[in-house]
Design a protein around this ligand. Sequence first.
Ligand SMILES: O=P(O)(O)O[C@@H]1C[C@H](O)[C@@H](CO)O1
Length: 293
Amino acid sequence: MFPESTKSYSYEECKATADWLLAQGPVRPQVGIVCGSGLGGLAEMLKDQLVINYSDIPNFPQSTVHGHAGKLVFGTLKGKPCVCMQGRFHLYEGYPIQKITMPIRVFKLLGVETVLLTNAAGGLNQDYNVGDMMVIKDHINIPGFAGNNPLVGRNDERFGVRFPCVSDAYDRDLQELALEVADELGFSFMQKGVYCVLGGPSFETIAECRMLRTLGADAVGMSTAHEVIVARHCGLRVFALSLITNKSVMDYDSEKKANHEEVLETAELRAAQLEKLIANMVSRIETGNNNTQ
Ligand SMILES: O=P(O)(O)O[C@@H]1C[C@H](O)[C@@H](CO)O1
């Protein structure tokens, strides 16, 4: 009924991957973390690490982008059992959308309750500065408008319902917690806004940036929203954060050009602060109630 290009990984395939991972070590993660471009240092914070290359994990895709190491790291962060994707997958790498989001279902089957997703993004909101961190309160899923949604295909009720609600996708308590923790850390560069996902890999034209801003987007990127949809579908609690690595070019007189090198440079500059924010959040996240829908 569904063509091959929309084939989801079956529950059994995801379970086989999760069981294989659980057999590799003792950590039973409650928090899952996804590292955005250049933000893989987050994984280095984990204690008593077990590091597994994606290439060794059954059914797992491979990372192909500079700034995404391609390792799954298990360990504890401030005493909480965590699993961290040091490298995520993107549509522009050529993977079907069901493949780039499959690790989120594996997280669920590992016992994860809460996911914290990070990304690098361009700032559409002209009040944002390079280096700002934006707590995501909502998203605009442009590939989804054209039917490219990770839940397309047969629905398996063991993961979730056919028509999940995503108007409450970004947990409000976790948004508040992030801003509270940032305040305690003295961060003066926090924002809260709407993330818009595009397919990439080309960066946006000036006309596209203007259009996205008019639509209500504050930042633009090439990831995260698909993972969020799949996470909410299977009942995970979600927090997501964009690091504004560059200002979107909105003006025909500008000489600025978006580029991946600038993205990685900004990520490196803010990495330590982002790691602190996430670590302090993890220490205060309530876990142990696998009842998060
Ligand atoms: O994985 P994220 O969303 O952080 O990566 C962003 C989007 C592109 O992959 C890349 C562009 O520089 O960074």
